[in-house]
Design a protein around this ligand. Sequence first.
Ligand code: FES
Length: 145
Amino acid sequence: MAHGEGRISNKQHNARSKIGIQHSEFPAVSFQPLISVSRCRRDGGTFVAHDGRELAVFLLGDPPRVEVIDNRCPHAGGNLSGGEVENGIVTCSWHHWAFELSTGVCTHSERAFVRRYPAEIRDDLVWADLPAKKPLPTSFPGEGI
Ligand code: FES
């Protein structure tokens, strides 16, 4: 099994299925180095611009683990790397939508989510598996979240 396969959660799978997208349509391209662990804020988010993407890297716990999501909040574009993090949930500072970092799913509604990328620490670098396809939609049109 390639890196990142099988790491999609049931919540993500269900959310993607609702809009007709199957996990297999998002093949892993490759893990890419994003940032040195030493440059990441501990137990919080760090903004990373990489290859045309705006990402939020979260370095959590001890021993540290990482989560990588799109930086833009799907509600109105807030900066998720600057959000408060508690118990594996980041809360957007603009209007307080909250997202589970392990799934990307909004805690208020499974119909909204932020894109999450499989990630890991290797040799003091944060690596993430960034697919080549365009990002998923982050809400379901017309459902008025
Ligand atoms: S922009 Fe994030 S909650 Fe509104």
